[in-house]
Design a protein around this ligand. Sequence first.
Ligand code: 13P
Length: 253
Amino acid sequence: MTARRPMIAGNWKMYKTCAEAEETARGIVELLHGSEETDIMIAPPSTALVPVSRIIGDTPVDLGAQNLFWENQGAYTGEVSAPMLISAGCRYVIIGHSERRQYFGETDQDVNKKIRAAIAAGLVPVFCIGETESERDSEKTFSVLDKQLEKGLEGLSEEQFRPGLIAYEPVWAIGTGKTATPQQAQDVHAYIRTFLKKRFSPETAEATRILYGGSVKPANTAELMALADVDGALVGGASLKPEIFAEIIHYKR
Ligand code: 13P
C-alpha cells in the first residue's frame, strides 16, 4: 500500500486584506516547527497570493488559489487564469467548492473545464465534492457524489489526473460547526476511493489523497485523520488564525 502524505490545507475564503494575509502567513510559518511529515497549503484570496507567496517562499508551506477560469487569457473581465496563478507562485488550486457552485452557479461541466485547465498549466487541482443536507436526508449522497465525480473528471486520463486531490466537503458541515461523524466521513472517503479505483486504477486510487472539509477544528482533527481513507483536511474558519491552524497542523501531538 502506498503511504499517502497527510495534508492540512487552509481555505481562507473571502477573508483578509493583503496586510492581514501577510501577518497570518508569517504567523503560520513561525509555528510550523515539527510538521515535517505533513504537507501544508494555504489558499488566500487572489489579491494576497503574491504577497503571501513571498512570505512562505522556501518554507514547507505551499500556496493555493481558491478558483480559476479555464481560458488562459482573453476578454473575461474579473477572471484569473491558471498560468496567472502559476506566475503568482501557486502550486494548488481549489476547484468546485460548494460556495462556488451555490453562489456563482458553477456546474459540473465548469468544474471539469477548470480541472483540465489547472492540470494543463501544471497546477494540482483540489477537486471539491459534497452533498447538501437534504440530499443526505433523502439518501442521495452517493448518487450525488457519483455525478460530481463522473462529470468533474470527464475526459481525464489517469496520467492527467495524478497527483490531483479530492476534497469531500459535505455542504451541511461547512461553517455550521456540524462535523461529519467519523463513520460518515470514512464511509464516503472509502466510497470515493472505490470510485477512483474503477475510474482509473487501484494504484491511482491508493495514491490519491482525499481531504475532509467541514467544521474541522483542533478538537476533531486527530479523530478524522486517524480514519483509514482520510488523508487530510481542508479547513475554513479554523485556518484563519495561525495559532489555531498550527494546532490542526500538529494534530499528532
Ligand atoms: P469550515 O471549516 O469553516 O467549515 O469550512 C470548510 C470549507 O469550506 C473549506 O473549504
